[in-house]
Design a protein around this ligand. Sequence first.
Ligand code: ADP
Length: 217
Amino acid sequence: MKQFIVVGLGRFGTSVAKTLAENGHDVLAIDCDPEKVQAISSDVTHAVEADATDEETLKTLGVRNFDVAIISIGDNVSANILCTLILKELNLPYVIVKAPDTLHGKVLTKVGADRVVYPERDMGARIAQNLISSNVLDYIEFAPEYGVIEILASGKMIGKTLKELELRANFDVNVMAIKRGEQLYISPGANDKILEGDKLVLMGKNENLEKMKNFGN
Ligand code: ADP
């Protein structure tokens, strides 16, 4: 089990610290705000009120014995930099820092950060990708919990027969029709092959249709 230090207990730091502790790791959580420290104290191994830019304080806390530090002191650029510098000088093997932007991130790398993360930027990009790559063309609900969706055949499906895809066995959904250009093949058979550009009309429980949305992406 690794030992972690989490510096800065805003939303990000708190979430990191709690998740590590829930997974059985030793976590030392540090913040200069006593309320933040109090709020997390029962969830982590140690929670300490301290200024993370003070080298003597960090030494006293025995930070050199830890494996990984995650620093997330909000938008306080100089505090993030100072804390990174001190922890690396104390030979902490792996220091991860949350940065608000790439310029700030570059400085953090220069002073020794092993990894810089940009959670807001990355999450925004992931959500946008997810919206763009969704291959669902349409959805009709015909009973509570059941629906019909039309999806564009994805890479994994092309060239396979319905039998090979085993959508019924794997996802418990039925292929009601295949739309190919102007043609509509109703109740396709097990040996019918999916071609590029095909649209599949699927029926099933909403939760199973949901899984189909990302199939093959
Ligand atoms: P988030 O975006 O993750 O919610 P916040 O900006 O809300 O981040 O949180 C940053 C945290 O860092 C605050 O809880 C603040 O008290 C703490 N903090 C700021 N400066 C220091 C410091 N020098 N030492 C320790 N903790 C600090």
